[in-house]
Ligand binder design. Sequence first.
Ligand SMILES: CC(C)(COP(=O)(O)OP(=O)(O)OC[C@H]1O[C@@H](n2cnc3c(N)ncnc32)[C@H](O)[C@@H]1OP(=O)(O)O)[C@@H](O)C(=O)NCCC(=O)NCCS
Length: 420
Amino acid sequence: MIRALTIDDVPQIPRLLASEQGAHAEPSPHLRAVVENLLPRLFVKTPHADPELPGLVSVGDDGRLTGMIGRITRRLEFRGRPIRAAVACELFVDPAQRSQMLGVKLLKKLMAGPQDLLFSDIANETSRRIWTGLGGSVAAWYGLTWVKVLRPAQFALSLLHKRRFGKLTGLAQPLAALTDKVCRGASRSLTQLAPTPNVLSEPLTPERFLELFPEFSAMDELRPVYDRETLDWIWQRLDFMYAAGPSEAVLVKSPRGEPLGWHISQMTDSRVVRVSQIVALPNTVGTVFDHLLHQAAERGAVAVTGRVVPRFLQTFNDRNCILRRRSTHTLIHSPDRDLLDSFATGRAFLSLFESEGPLQLWIKSPLALARVRSENDLKSLNVEHKLATDTSWRAGCVSPPVAAETITVPSKTPLHQPRG
Ligand SMILES: CC(C)(COP(=O)(O)OP(=O)(O)OC[C@H]1O[C@@H](n2cnc3c(N)ncnc32)[C@H](O)[C@@H]1OP(=O)(O)O)[C@@H](O)C(=O)NCCC(=O)NCCS
């Protein structure tokens, strides 16, 4: 049986997700704590939650959950009129029940819901097959990433670091730094930056964001509608994404003080700056982008990366960015052809803010865990991490630091394998 996901299902979900580790696997305290504390807020108590657009669960004859899919309402408007949009996320089927069309049935029912647009942006290959088999499509432009390499040898090392050669990369770091210095001339075409733009900058506050966003997204046919509650919720969720710490939001202004646009990013511990949002006008995007790249270079970043904004593709090309396909897909489904066309023509505004990224359950960041704990007083978490030593708080951080304290978390294992 497939029915709406309710708050009463939450206690069963850790066991369902733990089944990935084996039929009788017990959920770790970490998994239990994160699901029980985050999931109600993600799926049930989100801002503007629509009772007609709940997530779904499948239930076996014995009453146990066999599968789930989340659905989170987002406020978007298309050509100036509000639409009902939702993100599909956390599709999961008990391994013992797989390949029996349960995933298909869950998604099919979700797609049949009363939303105008359903989308998902970190879908793996299986999800993509199911999604497109059910009449949905892939938004190819929105599955591209740009990378501006600043220090090639050190960036290559950071990729190895990501692949868990941690110790080795630490030892090779001085050699990579030297290689970057010596080979600066040879890699110039890849790493060169435009001249430093003559601009002012300041931390972007939520108030400024809300005031400026309508003007800066006016060219997009499909765009989000933010309010303070949604913005606070998303910004808090964004800080959960990487182990790096909080996001930094910077408003770039002309020398006369006129806003040109902004960038919001995080620096990971391997010194890659990950951009979650870049917003500008066609005639200011180059300047805003250059400001971002210079800021990253000055702070010792090895590369800057983000999702391609289709409208700004030429700007990424002009700055010699490498474009590549993401390992996951952006999937869309709508009965409205025009709405789907806005993705094909790149006139849909879709940043990490709107998508699954900040919604995921597999958080690893100690800061994120601390925040969950401070909100919910999670006493069951136990791994040492001194927030007092966290120096990543800088001007422009999007949310205030949690109180300096020591938290403990028993397992560093994500809830289930990240899909990206
Ligand atoms: C992804 C997942 C939910 C699929 O669940 P499932 O119940 O095994 O899937 P189904 O049996 O319904 O469908 C699986 C197959 O049916 C195929 N299929 C058959 N008929 C179909 C139809 N009419 N429409 C769509 N797909 C169809 C799908 O392409 C898919 O192909 P595959 O087996 O080659 O991958 C499950 O594997 C899972 O929980 N994985 C771990 C978590 C995960 O990766 N979630 C996805 C995150 S994006």
